[in-house]
Each structure stands twice: as structure tokens, then as C-alpha cells.
Design a binder for this molecule. Structure first.
Ligand code: SF4
Length: 180
């Protein structure tokens, strides 16, 4: 079996899903026997080559996320939504109840900065937030979803190990694993 290429991404999320990924602990070594991690917040890859599996944490909140997700979809044979923010928007999507301008007012413009210079000087310094937060599957085709906030490490390992070894994850096996 040829070695696989695995990539992981962090869009609009809190990084908790990646913390759960790292909770796989020593089983990460098992995965690295069959796969190279070619891009991830936890490695130093600068560019995304064509890859077999992309795990994506977080939802799409900005133009930058949108473009990145399209690129990930183009490069990855299999795209997995990792965690509830990627699947439903979850916590990140709570801002969908408010206008984006109100969110920026309360999170940035009207908040004292911590650099001693007062409030943020202009909108150029702010993210180009979309009017709405989107789950991944509303923008691209998603092949698998691993729910949870964050997903349990045992479930992440099970799904990844199956996919990297060319096996289809079995939902009945997932149900036997500790959830959260
Ligand atoms: Fe964080 Fe939960 Fe969202 Fe994962 S699903 S990014 S742990 S808030």
C-alpha cells in the first residue's frame, strides 16, 4: 500500500478539535506508519499538495476561509468535517443571530484594545467576515462528518485509521466508542 498524504485545517473554530486529535497520543505513531502529514497547524507545511484525506475543523466565517475551503476540496480526495462547528456551525454560528456590523462593533470597534492605543483604528484591520457563518457542506461536498464538541479522540482515531487503510468506517463500531 502506498503511503497516504494527510492534511488538517483550522478554520472558524477554537482549536479544541485539534486538541482532541492530539489526544490520540501514541496512536499518532500508528498513523504516521501509513501516512505523512503534509499540512496542518501542528506541522510546518507551507503549501497543500494533492492529498488523500483532509480533516477540517471549524466553520466558514470569512472570504479567506471560503477560498481556503475551495482549495482544500480541490486538493483532497476525501474531505472530513471535524467537529460540530464544521458540521452545524455550532458556537461559531451564534453570530448568525446578529448583524455582522453589530458583532464587529461589540467585539472590536467598541472594545478597548490591549495595546494601549485605544480602539481598533479602522476596518482594514478587521477580518473580512461573511454576513453569515456557514457549515462546510453548504459550500463544498463533504465525504465524512465526525461530530462532537470536540469529537472524542477514540472516534477520530478510528475513522482516520480506517480511511488511511482503505477501509470504510463502520457506524456500528463508532457507536461502541466513548463519545466525548
Ligand atoms: Fe471548538 Fe467545539 Fe467548535 Fe471543535 S466543535 S472548534 S471544540 S467549539
Amino acid at each position: 500500500m502506498t503511503r497516504k498524504k494527510l492534511a488538517t485545517f483550522w478554520l472558524g473554530g477554537c482549536s479544541g478539535c485539534h486538541m482532541s486529535l492530539l489526544d490520540i497520543d501514541e496512536r499518532l505513531l500508528e498513523l504516521t506508519r501509513v501516512a505523512d502529514i503534509v499540512k496542518s497547524p501542528v506541522v510546518d507545511g507551507k503549501h497543500l499538495p494533492p492529498c488523500d484525506i483532509a480533516l477540517v475543523e471549524g466553520s466558514v466565517t470569512s472570504d479567506e476561509h471560503w477560498q481556503e475551503l475551495l482549495h482544500i476540496r480541490k486538493q483532497a480526495s476525501t474531505l472530513v468535517s471535524l467537529g460540530d462547528c464544521a458540521i452545524t456551525t455550532n458556537i461559531t454560528g451564534m453570530r448568525n443571530y446578529f448583524k455582522t456590523s453589530a458583532v464587529l462593533d461589540n467585539a472590536y470597534r467598541h472594545m478597548p484594545s490591549n495595546d494601549g492605543l485605544g480602539s481598533m483604528p479602522d476596518d482594514a484591520a478587521l477580518l473580512s467576515l461573511n454576513d453569515k457563518v456557514y457549515p462546510l457542506h453548504e459550500i463544498v461536498q463533504v465525504d465524512y462528518m465526525i461530530p462532537g464538541c470536540p469529537p472524542a479522540a477514540d472516534i477520530i482515531f478510528y475513522v482516520l485509521n480506517e480511511l488511511l487503510n482503505d477501509r470504510e468506517p463502520d457506524l456500528e463500531e463508532v457507536k461502541k466508542l466513548k463519545y466525548g
